[in-house]
Ligand binder design. Sequence first.
Ligand SMILES: Nc1ncnc2c1ncn2[C@@H]1O[C@H](COP(=O)(O)OP(=O)(O)OP(=O)(O)O)[C@@H](O)[C@H]1O
Ligand SMILES: [Zn+2]
Length: 612
Amino acid sequence: MSRDKYAKQSLGSVHARIKQSRVLMVGAGGIGCELLKNLVLTGFGEIHVVDLDTIDLSNLNRQFLFRNEHIKKSKALVAKESAQRFNPNVKVEAYHDNIKDPRFNAAWFKSFDIVFNALDNLEARRHVNKMCIAADVPLIESGTTGFNGQVQVIRKGITPCYDCEPKNPPKSFPVCTIRSTPSQPIHCIVWARSYLFTEIFGTSEDDAPEMDQSESPENAAEIEKLRQEAKALQRIRESMGSAEFPRLVFNKVFKEDIERLRSMEDMWKTRRAPVPLDFDELSEAALGVGDTIVHKDQVVWTLAENFAVFLHSLKRLSDRLEEIRANSHAEMGNAPPILTFDKDDVDTLDFVAASANLRSHIFGIESRSKFDIKQMAGNIIPAIATTNAMTASLCVLEASKVLRDDISNTKSIFLTQLADRVISSGPHGLPNPNCPVCSAAQTTLVVDPSRATLNDLVEGLLRVELGYGEEFSIQSEAGILYDPEEDQNLPKTFGELGLKEDTFITVIDEADDNTKVNLVLSISEKPLDKDAKPIQLPEKPKIGTKAKEAPQIERDGEPPVTNGHGHGKKRGAAEADLLDAEVAKKRGKVAAAPDDDIVILDDAEEGAIVLD
Ligand SMILES: Nc1ncnc2c1ncn2[C@@H]1O[C@H](COP(=O)(O)OP(=O)(O)OP(=O)(O)O)[C@@H](O)[C@H]1O
Ligand SMILES: [Zn+2]
């Protein structure tokens, strides 16, 4: 019996296309392992796998292509080795690399029939989306968070792309809530991790993405005060290692800062005022607390127990940092050593858990167990192997429609546990005509990197040849290259600006009327004849104008479910609840769609039953 017999029977006529197809899978983690197994067993002819990471012990429970002996090895290479054995007729290529590496350029993307995203972060997803739009290759985008999952087919000009709907930025809390008026355990946990821990052992809180530092006239004075408090804490940090250090830190953050807050009476008219803690009183109460308390991670510690763990962990972390400092003395000129919070590093977790609970006590907020705090501080949502497996199988189902050239029948599919049906789907909708990525005009820009300047582009090409007015800006991946107020780069050459082969730059028209859609220029380097212009367009692009008002398009409102929101961060528990509610809402909407029913088609020719 031939190996493909059942695949042929269930897939019907598309089986042959699948066999000849060349596909790319980006990410070999939770979804990726399931997906690669499906692709290999379905018989996709040539599969390329890219993943930048190595295998971690914590991956093994669900990433079943990996075993204990593979820990620390490349995910892409091991996934290839393991999956290849399922079907020797399939060719698998693996790359242990970041998909953003320039070698994976638009021409390389173009060589695939379909691209599958099995990623965990917004940045990489957006990059692959952009490359697939530039290369005009269909993309199957997928993501899971706990029991929720989503699959979306993206095809330039036909479906919305990943960036057609702006994505929610990662959840952040106003700095004043975290530093002055916490009201939930998560506020105290963010304070302990992103303020206290980083001010004592790391770099400044200014870098914490979950703290929204934006100032307004109402909070400017308070923010300035908070800055001064942080500076005072940094001065205390200098006495690390001394016998007085724990008392100094404690008194600063759990007593003096609280007394200052308490004195701001207006703040506490409608809230319970915080009550400072006393070091000596707690020292006495903590005398009987044994060392084993840190192992009781499922019980909520008492105030005295939290105090004891605070002191122990502060000592362990201070000793560690002192030791690193002593050893790194020789390498002068290096940045001073720091510690970073890691949910799996027990010393950092103990410190954050105890500090968060001490603060909760001050503000009359319920304490949490170390186990709970680990979930919240690490933004962990348990990955569910079944959700990944279901999502991966739906990716293949949608891919089969793409290979049948049946994009119009592809669906946006949602998995959710809250609804009466686990899987629901809806039509894919239409591209957003003002989307900065897929509505953009695209063309290649040939430049002589040593001669072509940004001014040649701005004046010679954009204004003279393409009719741009005064108001427009140019952006590269690294940020703004030019706008009317920032023209210092104009005399620089493309070489000096680091704009190499295969990088993209985007021209954003800011004219009030007849605003042009974004123009994406893909750079191609070529030494050009001395007499020729140093910058040329081999093909003049057709640049449409933006729609004045966004038309009412039937499009799925919420952003796709992802198991990471920007910055490679996982979603917090509070966000997960929100997401569940969003998905439930969507589920209600989608379920009402008449074409949501299961259709059984009898494919007479091949004897196959197709479930859509
Ligand atoms: N820019 C990128 N280039 C290549 N691979 C990437 C890139 N960004 C993320 N990935 C990979 O995508 C995969 C996503 O898988 P998954 O969501 O299961 O995460 P994980 O890191 O394996 O698990 P967890 O984060 O839950 O411990 C990871 O293997 C990760 O290395
Ligand atoms: Zn788009």
